[in-house]
Design a protein around this ligand. Structure first.
Ligand code: EAX
Length: 339
């Protein structure tokens, strides 16, 4: 009996165990299949901004393409930090996807500084055409050397100067003005050359700095000026269009490297959909935004002669090329002229 008992019991136990383990495994697999992976997406602008339009498009596309395997949670208005901090977050895996200007990106991927040169592009079509070309792809791939994944080029827009002090029509008018710039050495140099006093600062600190008079002015595209209600703290806008501000959808390698090619493909497709939606919104605001800013009390100087500004920032090109070379700059200029 004892022997029988001892031989049957382990058999039953083994079956039970196998059943139990496979049951657990099945439940585990089912849970895995059902539990969506939450993707945290961050940007610095408000819920009504062109970045939010892009974030919504990313969410819609990724959730649809992955059939709910991924859900996207949007964190707006810099709630995950400024752009530099969020890029760091991608590298260490605390943030999954970021929509950011190239402002602080050169600190991580110096090859992108070239895109921040003033007056590099003449208009939106040209900038978009270059970024959508093999040169844009090449720069996206460079992100991979710096613990970042470049998913798609998107857009912030041509930047213009606002301030609380006076109307600005020439670089001489900007003399001595304390202008907040992005944390970008090419931009800082350009404003130094114009005679202004550049003050680099993260975007989430900017509104308060303008309100408290820590800085007199700032520069951003119409899109950002509208989405941030800058008319509340800035009276003058000059349409200098001194630099095109690209934006980029970046992913974290900590998340993306662990995915299949198909899954990574969904992220890329969603980023392209995001960029398309953002560019459409930028174009709409370029048509309608100035009137909106005037309605809200800003004095807008539209007929700016950009030649003196172009001349004033020329040394920024020399400083840039002496440090980073001319090769990429020349290729971009050549491509731009054929766009
Ligand atoms: O990317 O920092 C800036 O001025 C940027 O244009 C803004 O955060 C949107």
């Amino acid at each position: 009996m004892t022997k029988q008992h001892s031989t049957t019991t382990p058999t039953i136990t083994r079956h039970a165990l196998v059943a139990a383990i496979s049951g657990i495994a099945t439940v585990g697999i089912a849970l895995q299949a059902n539990a969506a992976t939450e993707v945290n997406l961050g940007h610095t602008l408000s819920d009504s901004s062109h970045y939010s339009v892009g974030a919504d498009a990313f969410k819609e596309a990724l959730e649809r393409l992955s059939d709910g395997e991924f859900t996207v949670t949007e964190h707006t208005s810099g709630s995950l930090g400024g752009e530099r901090e969020m890029i760091e977050g991608l590298q260490i895996g605390t943030v999954d996807v970021v929509i950011t200007s190239t402002g602080p990106l050169g600190n991580f991927v110096p090859e992108t500084y070239v895109l921040d040169l003033p007056f590099l592009f003449e208009n939106y079509d040209q900038a978009r055409c270059v970024l959508d070309s093999e040169l844009g792809d090449e720069l996206l791939e460079k992100m991979g050397d710096h613990d970042l994944i470049g998913l798609a080029w998107t857009e912030n827009g041509f930047r213009h100067l606002t301030n609380s002090q006076r109307e600005i029509a020439t670089p001489a008018d900007a003399e001595g003005l304390r202008v907040r710039t992005m944390e970008n050495e090419v931009h800082q140099e350009a404003f130094r050359q114009m005679g202004a006093r550049p003050t680099p600062m993260a975007f989430p600190e900017l509104f308060t700095a303008l309100q408290q008079g820590t800085v007199d002015g700032q520069e951003n595209p119409i899109t950002v000026i509208v989405a941030t209600n800058f008319w509340e703290v800035q009276d003058y806008l000059s349409l200098t269009g001194h630099v095109y501000s690209p934006a980029i959808v970046l992913g974290s390698p900590i998340l993306l490297d662990g995915l299949s090619d198909e899954e990574r493909g969904w992220f890329r497709e969603a980023a392209v959909a995001s960029a398309e939606a953002t560019r459409e919104e930028v174009s709409r605001l370029e048509r309608e935004g100035v009137a909106l800013l005037e309605e809200n009390g800003m004095t807008v100087k539209t007929d700016i002669d950009v030649a003196p500004f172009q001349e004033a920032v020329q040394p920024a090109y020399e400083i840039f090329t002496s440090e980073y070379g001319t090769e990429m700059l020349e290729r971009i200029q050549e491509k731009a002229s054929s766009c």
